[in-house]
Design a protein around this ligand. Structure first.
Ligand code: ZN
Length: 143
C-alpha cells in the first residue's frame, strides 16, 4: 500500500534513481504531501526501531513478519500516539504524520520511504535497497 493516506499509486513520482549529493543515488521514494497527512504502514510488520537522526529526522523502521524486508519512514512531523518498538502493525496502521524533520526542505514536507532487503539479525538495517514503486499497488488508506 502507498504509505501516505489518500495517495494513489498513479500519483507517485518515481525518485528512486534521482541523484543526491556526493554522487549517491536516492534509492528511496519521496511522497509529497501536506504536513500532518497520516503516514501509514505499507505492509504488515513489527516496529523495530523508532529514532531520530540528522538526515532523516524522526524515523521509524518496520520489519515484515517473515523478516524479508525492512521499511524505513523518515522526515516524520510526529509519531502516532503510543507508537512503540516491538509493536505489531498492520497495513494501513498509522505510524506518524508527514513532515520535514531532518534535512528535508521546510517548504516541501514529504515522506522519505525506503524499502530494504533484510540483511541478517545483526545488520538488519543494512540490506540492499529495492525500488518500492512496483509493489505500491493500493491507494494509501488509513485503517
Ligand atoms: Zn528522500
Amino acid at each position: 500500500m502507498v504509505p501516505v493516506d489518500g495517495v494513489r499509486p498513479r500519483d507517485l513520482v518515481d525518485t528512486y534513481n534521482a541523484a543526491r549529493s556526493g554522487g549517491r543515488r536516492h534509492h528511496a521514494l519521496d511522497v509529497m504531501a501536506r504536513r500532518g497527512t497520516p503516514v501509514i504502514s505499507a505492509d504488515d510488520g513489527v516496529v523495530r526501531r523508532i529514532s531520530t537522526n540528522a538526515l532523516g529526522g524522526r524515523t521509524v523502521y518496520v520489519v515484515d513478519p517473515q523478516q524479508r524486508f525492512v521499511h524505513y519512514y523518515a522526515h516524520l512531523d510526529r509519531y502516532a500516539r503510543g507508537l512503540r518498538e516491538g509493536q505489531r502493525v498492520r497495513k494501513g496502521d498509522q505510524l506518524g504524520t508527514v513532515g520535514s524533520t531532518g534535512n528535508a526542505d521546510r517548504d516541501a514536507p514529504h515522506l522519505h520511504y525506503q524499502l530494504l532487503r533484510y540483511a541478517n539479525a545483526r545488520m538488519w538495517w543494512a540490506g540492499d535497497p529495492v525500488n518500492p514503486v512496483p509493489y505500491l499497488v493500493l491507494r494509501g488508506n488509513k485503517r
